[in-house]
Design a protein around this ligand. Structure first.
Ligand code: ADP
Ligand code: MG
Length: 615
């Protein structure tokens, strides 16, 4: 919906700038917008088609081509043809170590914890650079088709993408000249395209089944008050339509008694492309018959289905796992949304419908549905659909390290994003002028079991007695799940902040592992937390009382000082033992014994102050 606004400063009429929705896929990418009728529509830049294969080819003359034209070079010039770059986005070499054999281009291993780089010729590119090239192509196509500049976009990512991968996606957008207004989960976008979740009063649990070219994932979403909560995700990052093509190629090779290694790269590539064509044809017809050079390429729908059934059943197993992880059964799922080009295959639809025991949503083109949903999201952000507010949630808790290495959660797991929360802290030692702030992500009580995101120092706190400074720590988690932490000492106004950009990300398995471990260790954690808290309290008590005696010894008798020292010694002994009940007991005893001193001191101070002020 185009809006017209008037710039009051210049008096000129401005056309509301268009915001596009982008599906940056592993195999294909595409862009959509909201047309003048208010409906989402994919951009078809005349003659070039809707889908842009996510492939970048570096040409000998230094030129770069993206999309269909680049696809031709996959087999003939593999070293200079980059595909599946989404798999590398926001990843460290360490993350992809056991997948590196699957890339025909050169991935650089300089430091296992830093983000990967790709070498083409004598130049290095990051996955962000390469994704930006794909995004730039989409931006150009949109501008060409819409005859206007396009500067703002919503980009989708898989639900299991972590902070680092989301941040990398956002950076790629920036590099392509796009202001990325929001990073949205692909299943969320797909359900929006079907209008699911658009009504803020709607409450639903849905399954989104996404079978693309090289990846499969299924997400269980709970939609409530316009909030999309990811209850679970499951899948296989190496299962997709490519496997179906591969199965057909193998079948033809076998039928024709060929030896694959004896075929030229050109013939291998031609067979692969022919297999994809056959697979697509078999979506609507029962038999396919053609040739590559002299090689007969024939296959029936029935044979094709036999070949791919094991792969399809594998995806069904993932659906089972996802349901189980969400603690749900099939009866709890109200809608099933089909996403990804490979769900066009009738056997896939049929198996999924059979498993969930209900008709699936397949009315919208499955390879366009995510981009269409992203366009709807952009329309919401543009303020054209004021009736809804879309929110996602954060998958892991965020917090800081407090005394004794404990995790103090500031934004809990499953909090809505954007989200803002804060808490006040103070110093534990007299004259403390620095405070180290360590930010962690995870569900365990001890920070060492969680993942460190950042660390910074709040410096320049004026020297004050322990407990005096008031340090406000604020967490701001923006709508993309990117965290900014700010610390401010209120008495002095000293301020520090960091934007948390993890150097390398967690894999979905790691997130799952962290959650499972937190459940598994919940009991140990509570016990350990109680000991640490008791110890921290005890140490603090010793420190406070010792300081009190040094400062105010003059007001106490010698006996009182000696007795206090005895209580302190007993508490110190208990601290060494590490037994929380004993520590608590000794803290209480010391407290009990010394409390009257403080009261006496107070009375003394008051009577001194009152002297000579008689009325
Ligand atoms: P991704 O999200 O991974 O980028 P897509 O959703 O675009 O991928 O899906 C691409 C896959 O869909 C390819 O393997 C392609 O061959 C397959 N595909 C496209 N059209 C059809 C069809 N008519 N029948 C079966 N598979 C199809
Ligand atoms: Mg996709």
């Amino acid at each position: 919906m185009a809006k017209v606004s008037i710039n009051l400063a210049t008096g000129s009429v401005q056309k509301e700038e268009i915001i596009v929705g982008i599906d940056l896929g592993t195999t294909n990418s595409l862009v959509a917008f909201i047309n003048p009728d208010g409906n989402p529509q994919v951009i078809n830049d005349t003659g070039k088609g809707v889908l842009v294969p996510s492939i970048v080819h570096f040409q000998k003359d230094g030129g770069v081509i993206v999309g269909n034209d680049a696809k031709e070079y996959l087999i003939t010039d593999p070293e200079n043809t980059i595909f599946s770059v989404k798999r590398l986005l926001g990843r460290s070499y360490h993350d992809i170590e056991n997948q590196k054999g699957l890339f025909s281009y050169k991935i650089i291993d300089d430091n296992t914890e830093s983000l990967v780089k790709i070498k083409v010729g004598d130049k290095f590119y990051t996955p962000i650079d390469l994704s930006a090239m794909i995004l730039k192509e989409l931006k150009d196509r949109a501008e060409h088709a819409l005859k206007t500049t396009v500067n703002r976009a919503v980009i989708t990512v898989p639900a299991y993408f972590n902070d680092s991968q989301r941040q990398a996606t956002r950076d790629a957008g920036k590099l392509a000249g796009l202001d990325v207004l929001r990073i949205v989960n692909e299943p969320t976008a797909a359900s929006l395209a079907y209008g699911i979740g658009l009504n803020p009063h709607e409450e639903k649990t849905i399954a989104v089944y996404d079978l693309g070219g090289g990846t499969f994932d299924v997400s269980i979403l709970k939609i409530q008050n316009g909030i999309f909560e990811v209850l679970s995700t499951n899948g296989d990052t190496f299962l997709g339509g490519d496997d179906f093509d591969r199965a057909i190629v193998n079948y033809w090779i076998e039928q024709n008694k060929l030896v694959e290694t004896e075929l030229t790269p050109e013939v291998q590539q031609a067979l692969r492309l022919k297999a994809e064509e056959a697979k697509k044809a078999l979506t609507t017809q029962n038999i396919y018959n053609d040739f590559v050079n002299e090689i007969p390429c024939a296959i029936t729908k029935i044979t094709f289905q036999d070949l791919i059934l094991p792969k399809v059943l594998q995806t069904i197993q993932c659906c089972k796992n996802a349901l189980q992880d969400a603690g749900l059964t099939i009866d709890d799922i109200q809608e099933v949304v089909m996403v990804g080009g490979s769900t066009r295959t009738p056997l896939v639809k049929q198996q999924v419908a059979e498993f969930f025991q209900k008709a699936v949503h397949d009315q919208i083109n499955p390879d366009e549905v995510v981009a269409l949903g992203a366009a709807i999201q952009s329309d919401i952000l543009a303020g054209n659909r004021t009736d809804i507010l879309l929110l996602d949630v954060t998958p892991l808790s965020l917090g800081i390290e407090t005394m004794g290495g404990l995790m103090d959660v500031i934004i809990p797991r499953n909090a809505k994003v954007p989200s803002k929360a804060g808490r006040q802290y103070t110093t534990s030692v007299d004259g403390q002028i620095n405070m180290k702030i360590s930010v962690y992500q995870g569900e365990r009580d001890l920070v060492k079991e969680n993942r460190k995101l950042a660390e910074f120092d709040l410096t320049g706190i004026p020297a004050m007695p322990a407990g005096f400074p008031k340090v406000d720590i604020n967490f701001l988690l923006n709508a993309d799940g990117i965290l900014t932490v700010q610390a401010i000492e209120l008495r002095s106004g000293v301020k520090q902040h960091v934007e948390v950009k993890p150097t390398y990300g967690l894999t979905d398995d790691e997130v799952e592992k962290m959650l499972l471990e937190s459940i598994h260790h919940a009991k140990d954690d509570v016990a350990q937390r109680m000991i640490i808290e008791a110890r921290t309290e005890g140490e603090q008590m010793v420190y406070t009382v010792e300081r009190f005696i040094t400062k105010n010894g003059a007001y106490l008798s010698e006996d009182e000082i000696n007795e206090t020292q005895n209580y302190i010694a007993a508490l110190k002994e208990a601290l060494k033992s590490g037994d929380k009940d004993t520590i608590h007991k000794k803290v209480d005893e010391l407290n009990e014994y010394t409390r009257p001193f403080a009261e006496r001191l107070m009375d003394q101070a008051i009577s001194t102050a009152m002297k000579g002020k008689e009325i």
